[in-house]
Design a protein around this ligand. Structure first.
Ligand code: PRP
Ligand code: ZN
Length: 302
């Protein structure tokens, strides 16, 4: 599926089904990108943006992007790290550019043991069999911690390995923890922290594709920051204005507006780039602010 240079569209690889799928589609929706979703189809042509989607197994995404079959990919850093380490073992190394952190897919790769097993520290794993789909990350972790254990590599359904008697422990992704709970497993050691990122091929793009990529990344950055950012409006006594502005978390230069019939106070409007907690509002109130209003931001183009 190598592309021709006459193709000006860009191709994005996303996970077909799994932890990142719904959030990846949701991100495209938040960016205003429309496509017709037919369930069994693996290739989608976006209607209002020069982007095509390829739906694949998440483990295949780094390779597809490395080879230039896809220009971009949405993938967990866990899959990216495993791919990088496995290439390092075979002395080849070709790593896609990580171009944008995303606001979803937070999880951890952890070692878990059956609930009935007593865990007293990493040395409890000595000479055990550990099942995982991430043999290279696990190997590095065991080596760094001077633990000798047998790694049993499985492509999926790792959580049932102890029950099947093919492993004593597992090393798998934990998000909510419900998979571990359902399989009577206890999480005992964190191996790798992961989140979703947007990656880009190192193969050259033509100028149209590069412009589309830049536009796409700007839109993603816009909706991603907009998620945390809030618009805050309040009335501030002029004498306390500096103290009040100093309390606003991650705010850019606020807009100050005059209030009709009140010469002692001004209106303050600001975009706050960080979450606003009740404590912040109480601090603002203690500084003399009143009529405090916090609004969500749908889109933000810096
Ligand atoms: C991961 C992992 C578990 C599940 C954990 O699968 O293998 O099955 O998520 O999530 P939980 O703690 O919320 O229950 P993933 O969707 O990444 O699919 P894959 O392993 O097939 O790539
Ligand atoms: Zn996977």
């Amino acid at each position: 599926m190598k592309r021709t240079s006459s193709n000006n569209r860009i191709r994005l690889a996303i996970q077909r089904s799994g932890r990142l799928s719904d959030d990846s589609f949701d991100l495209l929706n938040r960016c205003g990108i429309k496509y017709r979703k037919k369930t069994e189809q693996l290739f989608h042509h976006c209607e209002n943006f020069p982007l095509d989607l390829l739906l694949v197994r998440d483990d295949d995404i780094p390779q597809l992007v490395n080879q230039g079959t896809c220009d971009l990919g949405i993938v967990g850093t866990n899959v990216l790290e495993e791919d990088t380490l496995s290439q390092r073992n075979s002395k080849r190394i070709s790593v896609p550019d990580l171009i944008q952190a995303l606001d979803f897919g937070n999880c951890r790769l952890s070692i878990a043991l059956p609930n009935v097993v007593n865990y007293e520290g990493l040395f409890s794993l000595q000479n055990k069999r550990i099942a995982t789909s991430y043999p290279n990350i696990l190997k590095k972790f065991l080596r760094d911690n001077e633990i000798t254990a047998e790694i049993v590599t499985l492509a999926g359904s790792v959580e049932i390995a102890p029950r099947l008697g093919i492993a004593d422990a597992i090393c798998d992704l934990v998000s909510t923890g419900s998979t571990l709970d359902a399989n009577n497993l206890q999480e005992v050691a964190e191996v790798f922290i992961s989140k979703a990122v947007l990656i880009k091929t190192t193969s050259p793009l033509n100028s149209t594709q590069q412009e589309t990529t830049d536009l796409f990344v700007r839109r993603i950055a816009g909706v991603t920051h907009a998620n945390d950012s809030k618009y805050i409006m309040l009335h501030a006594p002029k004498a306390q204005l500096n103290d009040i502005v100093a309390c606003l978390p991650g705010a850019e230069t606020p807009t100050i507006v005059t209030l009709e019939n009140d010469n002692n106070k001004v209106g303050v409007h600001a975009v706050c780039r960080e979450s606003i907690f009740w404590e912040t509002l109480e601090r603002l109130k203690a500084c003399g602010a009143s009529s405090i209003l916090v609004l969500p931001i749908e889109k933000l183009l810096a």
